[in-house]
Design a protein around this ligand. Structure first.
Ligand code: ADP
Ligand code: ASP
Ligand code: MG
Length: 454
């Protein structure tokens, strides 16, 4: 592809589009690169959480009205700062009345389909407002309804994108628009084959940007957020965390999977399929640079970063039938699969299996995973113990399983802590320990200090 046809997809997260000033800074980032033809936005900061609150069964009527007022005030503030352009004001008013209608409908019919329609409204507002900010700066730009092209299955709350159909729809309906204008579209949402709105799961806008970049065969995806790149650990947890200039797809995917919220775990998949490089940077301080995620990097250190994934559940299954027997694990996993539970880590002994549940695939509305019926079914062939309030801390890097001394360094740090489970060896890129949620921050800080601040 010639330079003239290069395409960059830029995604701006919730804090980057929180208010008019933040949007205006992001618009300047877009305008600084003529190749940035597609802009993907999240809902303004706080809006999706408020929409999730509207989906809760226990919501009282007074609070429902209050939540809608809070959403309206976030959106109207931006609209006012823009000088209330008529068409955009009409769009925001219609989205707000849609939020009111849908949240009322949910009182009578708690359908996941209506929940997704409701959750999608935050991105409807932010995309209309962001396009208006670009136009205010003299640019030709329109909001585009991503549901025309981002086809998914009908798994509401955690829809699976249909890659080939998306490529086909993007080619026919989005690509032709890009020559004459910039397009601003919604992250996080899609539509099934009937045109019904779906969502990709919380934090899914990064994934949307990567999916559109894949379909457009873009040259780069930029993830603009509130930190200047991917750090050696969450900078909110460890003030000495350092930004990483360049990181491989493998390492970034591991970090995202193990809880580094800066990237949605699925973001890397489309980028890997098309070998599209991904940039992560701060929309507030773009001049600080950021992290490039690439297929090949010049330096692959043993220790790259420490990540933490909270809210972990450990399932311990005990059965004497397991001793010298066949089929116990197969039966357990088929029960879990039937209940659509994906298993994350696993350790076994003669008569016990411990496993953690993969919650990254949980629904947008944040529904729990362990149902009564699943526990009952498992109890028919083993004793089940469930432990909550755990956190998984992962050391991410390279050749971890084949480097001498890694365990000694890690266990030195873990000495004062009770480690519920350890997983090492299956992947060359990580070593994970499960600890009490209340100790997670301390464990991360101590590991970071030992591995990165020496
Ligand atoms: P956005 O709304 O832009 O999508 P998120 O809140 O989803 O932003 O992700 C950015 C946040 O990710 C940061 O504020 C930071 O606290 C957190 N984070 C966790 N781990 C890391 C890490 N290793 N590097 C950078 N940020 C991280
Ligand atoms: N607005 C959605 C959320 O808050 C998607 C995103 O921000 O990526 O989860
Ligand atoms: Mg995010």
């Amino acid at each position: 592809m010639s330079i003239a046809n290069q395409i960059v997809v830029a995604k701006f997260g919730g804090t980057s589009v929180a208010d008019y000033l933040a949007m205006s800074r992001c618009a300047d980032i877009v305008l600084a690169n003529q190749h940035t033809r597609v802009v993907v936005v999240s809902a303004s900061s706080g809006v999706t959480n408020l929409l999730v609150e509207l989906t809760q069964a226990t919501l009282e009527e007074d609070r429902r009205k209050q939540v809608i007022k809070e959403i309206a005030s976030i959106q109207y503030r931006i609209l006012d700062d823009l000088g209330r352009p008529e068409a955009v004001a009409a769009k925001i008013d219609s989205v707000l009345s849609q939020i009111d209608n849908l949240s009322e409908q949910l009182i009578l019919n708690r359908s996941k389909q209506i929940m997704d329609e409701l959750l999608a409204q935050g991105e409807q507002c932010s995309s209309a407002l962001f396009a208006a900010v670009l136009r205010e700066k003299g640019e030709s730009a329109s909001a585009f309804d991503v549901r025309q092209v981002l086809r998914t299955d009908s798994h509401f709350g955690k829809a699976e994108p249909q890659i080939e159909t998306i490529a086909h729809l993007v080619e026919g309906q989005l690509q032709p628009l890009l020559a004459s204008q910039r397009i601003v579209t919604q992250g996080f949402i899609g539509a099934d084959e009937h045109g019904t709105t779906t969502t990709l799961g919380r934090g899914g806008s990064d994934y949307s940007a990567a999916l559109l970049a894949e379909a457009l065969k873009a040259d780069a995806v930029e993830i603009w957020t509130d930190v200047a790149g991917i750090y050696t650990t969450d900078p909110r947890l460890a003030p000495n965390a350092r930004p990483i200039a360049e990181i491989s797809f493998n390492e970034a995917a591991e970090m995202a999977t193990f809880g580094a919220k800066v990237l949605h775990p699925a973001t890397i998949l489309p980028a890997v399929r098309q070998k599209i490089q991904v940039f992560v940077g701060s929309s507030k301080e773009p001049e600080r640079g950021g992290t490039w995620i690439r297929h090949q990097v010049s330096n692959e250190p043993v220790y790259r970063a420490v990540a933490v994934r909270r809210d972990q559940t450990l399932l311990n299954l005990h059965s004497l039938q397991m001793l010298h027997a066949q089929g116990f694990l197969a039966e357990t996993f088929s029960t879990l699969a039937k209940h659509k539970i994906s298993v994350d880590l696993i350790t076994t002994s003669e008569v016990n299996v411990s496993l953690t549940l993969d919650k990254t695939g949980s629904d947008s509305a944040g529904n729990g995973l362990l149902s009564e019926s699943l526990l009952q079914e498992l109890s028919q062939h083993c004793r089940v113990r469930v432990e909550d309030d755990l956190a998984l801390v992962a050391i991410v890097g390279n050749k971890i399983a084949s480097t001498a001394g890694v365990c000694r360094r890690v266990f030195e740090v873990l000495e004062p802590h009770n480690v519920r489970m350890i997983c090492q060896g299956a992947s060359p890129h990580n070593l994970c320990v499960l600890v009490a949620e209340s100790e997670a921050a301390q464990v991360v800080q101590a590991l970071h200090q030992n591995l990165f601040e020496g």
